[in-house]
Write a protein that binds this ligand. Structure first.
Ligand SMILES: *[C@@H]1O[C@H](CO)[C@@H](O)[C@H](O)[C@H]1NC(C)=O
Ligand SMILES: *[C@@H]1O[C@H](CO)[C@@H](O)[C@H](O)[C@H]1NC(C)=O
Ligand SMILES: *[C@@H]1O[C@H](CO)[C@@H](O)[C@H](O)[C@H]1NC(C)=O
Length: 529
């Protein structure tokens, strides 16, 4: 197979030589492009040029091997080669690829990156070769924290809590942390080849689980926009919150990325109040109304569809849109009212990955929420191996009506609790246009994925019977509406285990005591005989 790849790559290489020459400099910034193109003309630079060519050639072979190992076959390699040649030729004729014109077919995203920890995952992200990378929040961990303590002088958790666990830091300290994040070598390398955009979540907003009450939010906003290289005169610096939208590609192959701000205007956590705030809702409505994009990627820092809180009570609380049911309903309804097609949600925050699918929203097509969380902060890698295996078992054990289970998952639970990033690949040339949504591990291999035709994400593509009373249907019944016998499995098993663990020593000592008594009585009887 490797031989075949090599052969195909070689042939195509020679047939499209003019295209190759420009590929290695495809997405450098424009000044560099110009210098390099001029450099190509002089003999002096020809060595660098050959080296570039060789590097690119090796990279193509490598990518080909990866594609084959993923079972994509030779045709997809040819497609990649064709795409790259087209991009290279486009940059040759037009010279500057404008954001609106470049066809985008590879998007990556991620969340939850500790700036003080090693971040080797950028190598795999760069190897995926995304055209756009989207930060989904917790881009740094800015807030200060104390360890979890249930007893002692400073109790940060539990019923006797007397000290907050998290608190915001000064602007200088936050800036320092952003500098650290920006200077990580893998990330710097990605910045040179990929457009990077993003929104924030709680830890880079300023404090764990914070909402609109946080007083340092305007300072945080400027620092976050500095991190993303937002121009000094950008309107995004003057508005309240970091929401933004980006459009890529010509009509017919157009992608719109809508980045929501789920922090700046958010009411208290259990209030069922505001999530986006009226200004942001009005903006979102305008964005969706335009309706000129074939694919609308809506990025939210917290999960949109999943309602983990409903099934892990009373032990945990997980932030999500489901904790603000009125706002969640409003979001679905807005999409339905404007007949917006091709909506895919992407989210982060939870420190594991999960793909969910909801078929009973007012929009008459399946809504997907692709959650990738943990560029560094992944739940199984932050705890010891025993707890990690308990967590993995719990992920499989706890019911979940929205999660996508299929044969592409690495684990039975279809949850992956180690470091990961998400990807979207759009094959615009296929008929019908196909979208592959995946989450990948630290080596870039898939741990969970779904492939759907774009035609399935159109209003009316899926008409579902309304739920009957008491019916439980996958991808339709809300977790909160599960019968209580199933909803609280985690609680039952925990308290059941506690009961067994406390009862069994009593039972064993009772049995031992009984046996001893019988033996003693027997002894006495023998003596009497
Ligand atoms: C980030 O990593 C550093 C170094 O490993 C560690 O000390 C710190 O606690 C981590 N922060 C978070 C929020 O996990
Ligand atoms: C999610 O679960 C919580 C807790 O059970 C519940 O209050 C909330 O209404 C649920 N949200 C939805 C959309 O079902
Ligand atoms: C959405 O589609 C429905 C039926 O196809 C149509 O009646 C309605 O006017 C459309 N709404 C908008 C805002 O285009």
């Amino acid at each position: 197979m490797l031989c075949c790849t090599w052969l195909v790559a070689s042939v195509t290489f020679f047939l499209s030589a003019p295209g190759w020459l420009l590929v290695p400099i495809r997405r450098e910034d424009h000044d560099n492009d110009r210098k390099q193109v001029e450099g190509l003309k002089s003999k002096k630079k020809s060595a660098t040029f050959l080296l570039n060519l060789l590097l690119f050639y090796t990279r193509m072979l490598w990518q080909g091997a990866v594609y084959i190992s993923e079972g994509k076959g030779l045709w997809s390699i040819v497609a990649v080669i064709r795409r790259r040649t087209a991009v290279a030729l486009a940059s040759f004729t037009k010279y500057e690829l404008k954001q609106e014109e470049a066809v985008v077919s590879r998007v990556a995203f991620g969340s939850c990156a500790n700036q003080s920890a090693p971040q080797p995952i950028w190598t795999a992200i760069s190897a995926f070769d995304p055209q756009v990378f989207i930060w989904l929040g917790d881009n740094i961990y800015a807030d200060a924290k104390l360890p979890v303590r249930f007893i002692g002088r400073k109790r940060t958790s539990g019923p006797f809590k007397n000290t907050p666990r998290f608190w915001p830091v000064s602007a200088e300290e936050m800036q320092k942390k952003y500098m650290m994040a920006k200077s990580i070598s893998g990330y710097s390398a990605l910045r040179k080849t990929t457009q990077i955009i993003g929104t924030w979540d709680d830890h880079d907003y300023g404090m764990n689980d914070a909402g609109k009450e946080l007083s340092s939010k305007d300072v945080s906003q400027q620092l976050m926009l500095d991190f993303l290289d937002e121009p000094k005169d950008s309107p995004r610096r003057k508005q309240k919150g970091v929401y933004a939208s980006y459009t890529y590609g010509p009509i017919g192959k157009r992608i719109k990325v809508i980045l929501l701000d789920t922090r700046y205007h958010r009411d208290a956590i259990f209030s069922n109040g505001a999530m986006l705030g009226e200004t942001q809702w009005a903006w979102l409505e305008r964005e969706l109304k335009k309706g000129d994009a074939q694919l609308n990627i809506i990025a939210s820092s917290i999960q949109v569809i999943s309602n983990m809180s409903a099934v892990v009570r009373p032990f945990f609380h997980v932030e999500s849109w489901s904790n603000f049911p009125a706002e969640q309903e409003r979001l679905y309804k807005l999409i339905a009212d404007y007949n917006v097609s091709g909506v895919i949600f992407i989210s982060g925050d939870v420190h594991f990955c999960e793909i969910t699918r909801f078929e009973c929203a007012p929009v008459e097509y399946p809504l997907f929420d692709l959650t990738s969380s943990g560029l560094t902060q992944a739940v199984e890698e932050l705890t010891n191996p025993v707890i990690a295996s308990v967590l993995r078992f719990a992920a499989w054990f706890v019911p979940n009506t929205m999660r996508v289970y299929n044969s592409h998952c690495r684990y039975k639970s279809c949850v992956y609790g180690k470091r990961n990033f998400g990807t979207l690949e759009i094959d615009w040339d296929a008929d019908p246009v196909m979208i592959a949504m995946s989450v990948r591990d630290i080596f870039g291999s898939r741990v969970s994925s779904v492939e759907v035709p774009l035609s399935m994400l159109q209003p009316g593509a899926l008409k579902r019977e309304p739920l009957k009373r008491g019916e439980v249907r996958r991808h339709c019944t809300l977790d909160a509406d599960l019968p209580w016998t199933r909803k609280y499995l985690l609680a039952y098993s925990f308290f059941g285990l506690c009961l067994v663990m406390t009862a069994s020593p009593c039972l064993i000592s009772y049995m031992a005591f009984n046996k001893l008594r019988v033996r003693r009585r027997r002894g006495q009887n023998q003596k009497a005989d």
